[in-house]
Design a protein around this ligand. Structure first.
Ligand code: NAD
Ligand code: TYD
Length: 354
């Protein structure tokens, strides 16, 4: 048995592939375009593992995807591939429309063609799991209840609008064509292998480099944080037992203002890697111009997933953030290579050898 994972060299997809192959005999075909956010070094421990078949390519390349489906006959597709950074979507939305909307559309069409020709039993067992975000629901006021699966979609950034569009396509392919889909909408993830353009890894990496820690606006925007491996366990559970056509919110009830996150990171670094001059890393905090259209608050109500499928996160924010800071301290080479672009050369070599 095999599953096809897209975007499996990114932050969440990479953690998913590593966790899956550590727990299961089932092979993964990993289709990833290797944009700036895709990093094969994350998967270097899988070198020589026949259960991991990596293919560099685009989810929107219909001929390639059709070939992979025909060749490997996966029983499921898990779609992580996306452009994922809000700030980049503000500076250049085009790639977000292309991959998140057009790419998902083309992937759905390729998968529909494959699925509709399967024998009945395989057809019934097949799943297309689409990984999405809580950002599609828009922004909450301070006292609003957390997002449930029935909240209206009110995306505010080019990123969240493109993800919302992809969710709608996935939903429509179920209702119109019967494609057996599942959608997960998760809150902000953090953990190992997170590209240092996002809040938590950026703060760790900048702090250690003695650089400013840029906090947007007043730093009181709230995000709901989930350790990445808990997101991966939720996806495995939904894939295993989720009801067809349903969406499941994923979150760990960890709402925090950004400034608290930054102070927590600084405190952990003060403890684990104290500065030579004895000052706190928090002296590097710098307030900068706010992000345009910055959503004020996200919060996920994950009770449907907990009640229906018995999923619970394993980490609290305190345990997860400690593990994360420890990971970045223990993996300076990964960070340096991601920043320098050396890993791209490594990828070239890896392909020549393969
Ligand atoms: P990421 O940017 O770290 O990784 C995305 C991966 O997709 C990269 O490896 C990239 O090379 C690949 N990719 C991009 N365009 C592609 C294309 N056209 N074809 C094939 N591969 C392509 O993103 P992430 O943080 O790992 O997020 C993964 C998914 O989870 C995304 O769909 C995102 O919207 C969703 N999500 C992310 C978060 C979060 O906090 N990071 C939270 C909820 C949901
Ligand atoms: P980010 O990690 O980009 O995730 P998202 O925008 O998808 O929630 O940002 C998390 C929060 O941190 C968001 O409110 C923006 C804020 N932020 C900063 O204050 N400074 C930064 O340098 C970055 C990257 C984010």
């Amino acid at each position: 048995m095999t599953i096809l994972v897209t975007g499996g060299a990114g932050f969440i997809g990479g953690n998913f592939v590593l966790d899956w192959l550590a727990k299961s005999e089932e092979a993964i075909v990993n289709l990833d375009k290797l944009t700036y956010a895709g990093n094969l070094e994350t998967l270097s421990s899988l070198e020589g593992n026949p259960s991991h078949i990596f293919v560099q390519g685009d989810i929107g390349d219909v001929a390639l995807v059709e070939r992979l489906l025909a060749e490997h006959k996966p029983r499921a597709v898990v779609n992580f591939a996306a452009e994922s950074h809000v700030d980049r979507s503000i500076h250049g939305p085009g790639d977000f429309i292309e991959t998140n909307i057009m790419g998902t559309f083309r992937l759905l069409e390729s998968v529909r063609g494959y699925w509709s020709a399967l024998p009945d039993a395989d057809k019934a067992a097949f799943r297309f799991l689409h990984v999405s975000t809580d950002e599609v629901y828009g922004s909450l006021a301070k006292d609003d209840p957390a997002f449930t699966e029935t909240n209206t979609y009110e995306p505010n950034s080019p990123y969240s609008a493109s993800k919302a569009a992809s969710d709608h396509l996935v939903r429509a392919w179920h209702h119109t064509y019967g494609l057996p889909v599942l959608t997960t909408n998760c809150s902000n993830n953090y953990g190992p292998y997170h590209f240092p353009e996002k809040l938590i890894p950026l703060m760790i990496v900048n702090a250690l480099a003695g650089k400013p820690l840029p906090v947007y606006g007043d730093g009181m925007q709230i995000r709901d944080w989930l350790y990445v491996k808990d997101h991966c366990s939720a996806i495995r559970r939904v894939l295993e037992a989720g009801r067809l056509g349903e969406t499941y919110n994923v979150g760990g009830w960890n709402e925090k203002p950004n400034i608290d996150i930054v102070h927590t990171v600084c405190k952990l670094l003060d403890e684990m890697r104290p500065k030579a001059d004895g000052s706190s890393y928090s002296t590097q905090i710098t307030y900068v111009t706010d992000r345009p259209g910055h959503d004020r608050r996200y919060a996920i109500d994950a009770r449907k997933l907990e009640k229906e499928l018995g999923w619970k996160p394993a980490e609290t924010f305190e345990t997860g953030i400690r593990k994360t800071v420890e990971w970045y301290l223990a993996n300076p080479t990964w960070v340096a290579n991601v920043q320098s672009g050396n890993y791209r050369e490594w990828v070239q070599k890896q392909y020549q050898a393969a």
